[in-house]
Design a protein around this ligand. Structure first.
Ligand SMILES: *Cc1c(COP(=O)(O)O)cnc(C)c1O
Length: 345
């Protein structure tokens, strides 16, 4: 079989949630947008609910409706994009809580679904989603009469605890919410790690649950093992792969493995990327193809049956570095071709 294996450890996701939860005195939600960062919301979310998570966040209402089918009634399901045209039936029927981003959304929501729960999203400087200070000042008295279940904002630089933007946004968030009678939330994973000032009433970790930075002590969650399809000897001067970008400087041995950019092994990472055969690092040779990659196995006495792309020897963040990206993008790029196996189910 040439299919690669993606192993997702639900016990480790649960352990990461518990560890992040123990860092604050407030409630800890779980962000499961984009199919739980590509790892399967249908498996991840029920496990986190079992662990005690009662509050989930998704990006769009469609994800929320699907998550409601998965989780059943009970947990709150919050939608970052708020209440968009066309969302009303989904929000109503699935009992979703939109994070209202503008006066337009607020009017749409209270007109279409009076007394249906909603939260408020404020923009404290990221300039992405939410009401800015002036808009909020104009709207807040009316909005507060409708009893929002949450007031939230999002940090732009929480992956860098020393960045002055963090304290600046914290100050804006305090100014915009001081004295309001509603639970507040500011922290993503990075915000949880920055300490109590950032926690308020609810934290919203995502990447830390899935084993990624900036949560350095996260337990690894994913492993990807890739079969070797073929091994061949090269003489010095022979080339490997499309475009002849690699020329063997000496006699070498190359293994062709069964994964490529269609499996989220980003093509641009080729010059810096490697896989592991046991403890041995096998650099990528030449270009990454859609379904295949050549790797250097010259130092191995016997060709391996499979190599590790992700796992104990290589984290999502190490692999991300090779492509100049972040662990989030590695996870959400993995795609649908793997044989997915869940541990701890
Ligand atoms: C994605 C997201 C989160 C989770 O962020 P992580 O860095 O993955 O912990 C929290 N809040 C908002 C608004 C988000 O978009």
């Amino acid at each position: 079989m040439a299919r690669s294996t993606l192993t997702i450890d639900l016990d480790e996701i649960a352990a990461n949630w518990r560890a992040l939860d123990s860092m604050s005195d407030c409630m800890t939600a779980a962000v499961v947008k984009a199919d739980a960062y590509g790892l399967g919301a249908d498996r991840v979310a029920p496990r986190l609910a079992e662990e005690g998570a009662a509050c989930f966040f998704v990006a769009i209402a469609e994800e929320g409706a699907e998550l409601r089918r998965i989780l059943g009634p009970g947990p709150s399901i919050n939608v970052f994009s708020g209440h968009m045209p066309g969302d009303t039936a989904m929000i109503g029927e699935a009992g979703l809580t939109p994070m209202i981003n503008s006066l337009d959304q607020l009017i749409r929501h209270v007109e279409a679904l009076p007394r249906h729960s909603f939260g408020i999203q404020l923009d404290t400087g990221m300039n992405r989603l939410g009401m800015e200070p002036a808009e909020w000042a104009a709207v807040r008295d009316i909005a507060m009469t409708q009893n929002p279940t949450l007031i939230m904002s999002h940090l732009a630089c929480a992956d860098d605890p020393d960045h002055p933007m963090n304290a600046w946004q914290l100050e804006r968030f305090r100014e915009m919410t001081e004295g309001l009678d509603a639970p507040r939330s500011l922290a993503n994973t990075g915000g949880v790690l920055m300490g109590a000032d950032y926690h308020f009433d609810l934290t919203r970790p995502g990447i830390g649950l899935y084993g990624g930075l900036p949560y350095v002590d996260a337990r690894p969650v994913v492993a990807v093992d890739v079969p070797v399809i073929q091994c061949r000897d090269l003489e010095a001067g022979e080339t490997v792969g499309y475009g002849n970008t690699f020329t063997a400087p000496r006699d070498m041995r190359v293994a062709t493995i069964s994964a490529g950019y269609a499996d989220g092994v980003i093509r641009a990472m080729a010059p810096n990327a490697a896989v592991y055969a046991g403890d041995h690092r096998c650099p990528v040779l030449g270009r990454i193809s859609m379904d295949l990659i050549g790797v250097d196995v010259s130092a191995l006495a016997d060709p391996p049956d499979t190599v590790e792309l992700l796992g104990l020897h290589q984290s999502i963040d190490t692999l991300a570095d090779a492509a100049g990206t972040i662990g989030y993008e590695i996870l959400t790029s993995l795609g649908g071709r793997y044989d997915r196996r869940y541990r701890g189910a």
